[in-house]
Design a protein around this ligand. Structure first.
Ligand code: OOB
Length: 549
């Protein structure tokens, strides 16, 4: 093993040998590098459309053979640039063909990409570069409204180990994305990769503190893609739209781009998820499946009222990343024809899906059931004891594609994992006898008001039932006499009369009518044009607290 491969292993927590053997015996681990997914498609369907770039760089379509060739050239480019297997590289590009080619190019060269999102800025990028030991940064020019070349310069001034910067588009003072002839540079053989080592790093989705690094192995991530594709019923006839940032686990691998490639279906990438743009793409390419966060799904649902495009090809609309309110799930099914699949997942591993043959009313009410029979899910109380089905508790999980620890983060790991290797998700869930999970909030997302614990989610759900409220976030703000007071930030719906104010007493009366206890009623109400969101589009309460606190 090279020094670099040794260094990659430093701080990575693999499955214990007995668990790994069990997954291997069960056929869950395919024992191949992750890039085999693409090679397989290029072998099976070389002339089929593999990737269409519908971003501002496009439109262009590559067959699987063409994509595979571009990927091998990109991989050779990285080899020629001196990067060696096991090196970590920060990848930060918007959805485009170049993003996909770079991603697979890195994998093909045995290099381990750190999958940052376009909205990340220097604080996160520098933290992730230092934490992963990255030696290079791959990004893009300023055509999408933010100049990542400047971030690159700042990154290099802070972290000397980041020796190279490669830029898609106009590189400025940096290097362009590299390409070379693989016949001249050579590429690693499949057998050079230990499939139980990290293939890529995902970024934890938490909204508190700096993100953590999540090492996913070739074996576990390929299983994630395959099993997800199976549950989504993907075949070579499917066309999947990457509308969320492609570096996020959901559009990347649940089943996402990797799942559709496993099925040898067609991927369309866009850097503009608005219905204005995407509805035309759905019509034009007969797109059959995509993934959205709830806030975006709401926008799509409303747009079906006025967008003229024919989107009837869409058979699967996955919604996840945050809780999809039941009325929204019902409205989406009604507007689009029973297409919703709820997805409750996490970069750390566990993915839950509602199944295609679940009754629609169940699909509207729950966030899904674990994708694998090898997922070990526990729901526990504050003492760590299992609670019965139907009772709220914290979700703990262990399984073939769930990490055993964050990368190089011993302190966090002592808190975030049980001694026997379960990940403490921090999610409050309730399990049905059928195995489906309903997410009821975050364990820590409670407001302590005058000594009473109030779950933010409980208040939010009731607020959303108000016809004038389209989105709501409830937070605790410091208060001298109460300890914390309950503040509700709401976005008005289109049904709310334009010239009328939505007043606190009105809202409190509405909540009281719905049977909400008086100590849970908001102490203040703020009407906002929109709620702040994280890099992937989830409501960002930390940012809200900062702006309202
Ligand atoms: C996905 O992954 P992350 O890592 O960005 O965020 C994970 C967290 C979960 O622990 C949970 O708190 C929340 O996001 N979450 C949901 C949810 N899906 C995720 N909360 C309620 N309902 C849902 N359906 O967000 C992610 C990864 C893969 C697939 C889908 C989502």
């Amino acid at each position: 093993m090279s020094d670099v491969v040794d260094d990659l292993a430093e701080g990575f927590r693999p499955h214990p040998a007995d668990a790994a053997a069990r997954y291997r015996d069960a056929g869950i681990f395919a024992e191949a590098p992750l890039w085999h997914l693409l090679e397989r498609a290029a072998t099976r369907r070389p002339d089929a459309p593999g990737l269409t770039d519908a971003s501002i760089d496009g439109p262009t379509t590559l067959t699987f053979a063409e994509l595979h060739d571009r990927v091998r050239r990109r991989a050779a480019g990285f080899v020629a640039a001196g990067l060696v297997p096991g090196s970590r590289v920060i990848l930060q590009q918007h959805n485009s063909a170049e993003f996909v080619i770079t991603f697979f190019g890195l994998l093909r060269a045995g290099i381990v990409p750190v999958m940052t999102l376009p909205a990340h800025r220097i604080a996160e990028i520098a933290h992730l570069a230092a934490g992963s030991g990255a030696v290079a940064y791959v990004t893009e020019d300023g055509r999408r409204g933010y100049d990542h070349r400047e971030l690159a310069a700042e990154l290099q001034s802070r972290i000397a180990e980041v020796r190279s910067v490669f830029v898609a588009g106009d590189p400025g003072t940096h290097q362009p994305l590299p390409d070379a002839d693989p016949a001249e540079t050579g590429l690693p053989a499949a057998t050079d990769t230990d499939p139980d080592t990290p293939a890529l790093f995902l970024i934890s989705g938490g909204t508190t503190g700096l993100p953590k690094l999540i090492a996913r192995t070739h074996n576990d991530y390929a299983f994630n893609a395959r099993r997800s594709a199976e549950i989504a019923g993907f075949t070579a006839d499917d066309t999947y739209l990457v509308a969320l940032p492609g570096a996020h686990n959901f559009p990347l691998c649940c089943p996402g781009m990797l799942g559709i490639m496993w099925a040898s279906g067609h991927t369309i990438v866009t850097d503009d998820p608005s219905p204005d743009n995407t509805f035309d793409l759905i019509e034009q390419h007969r797109i059959t499946a995509t993934a959205l966060v709830p806030a975006l799904a709401q926008v799509w649902c409303a747009a079906t009222e006025w967008e003229p495009a024919d989107i009837s090809s869409l058979r699967l609309l996955q919604v996840g990343g945050a809780k999809l309110a039941e009325p929204d799930a019902v409205a989406l099914d009604a507007a689009l024809g029973d297409v919703v699949q709820q997805v409750f997942g996490m970069a750390e591993g566990l993915i839950c899906y509602t199944r295609l043959d679940d009754p629609r009313d169940l699909v509207h009410r729950v966030q899904g059931a674990p994708m694998s029979e090898y997922d070990e899910v526990r729901v526990v109380d504050e003492d760590g004891d299992d609670v019965p089905d139907g009772v709220d508790g914290e979700l703990l999980v262990r399984g073939p594609y769930t990490i055993r620890g964050y990368y190089r983060a011993d302190d966090h790991n002592a808190r975030s994992f049980t001694p026997d290797g379960f990940y403490r998700s921090g999610d409050r869930v309730r399990r049905l006898p059928s195995g489906h999970l309903a997410v009821t909030g975050r364990i820590k997302d409670t407001i302590v008001r005058a000594g009473e614990n109030v779950a933010a989610d409980d208040v939010e759900e009731n607020l959303l039932a108000h016809p004038s409220i389209r989105a709501a976030a409830v937070i605790g703000l410091p208060d001298d006499s109460l300890g914390e007071r309950i503040c509700a930030a709401v976005v008005l719906s289109h049904e709310h009369p334009r010239d009328e104010e939505l007043a606190l007493p009105q809202v409190r009366a509405f909540l009281t009518d719905r049977g909400l206890a008086s100590f849970k009623l908001p102490d203040s109400l703020v009407v906002v044009p929109g709620l702040p969101v994280t890099a992937v589009g989830k409501i960002d309460k930390a940012a809200l607290r900062e702006s309202l606190g």
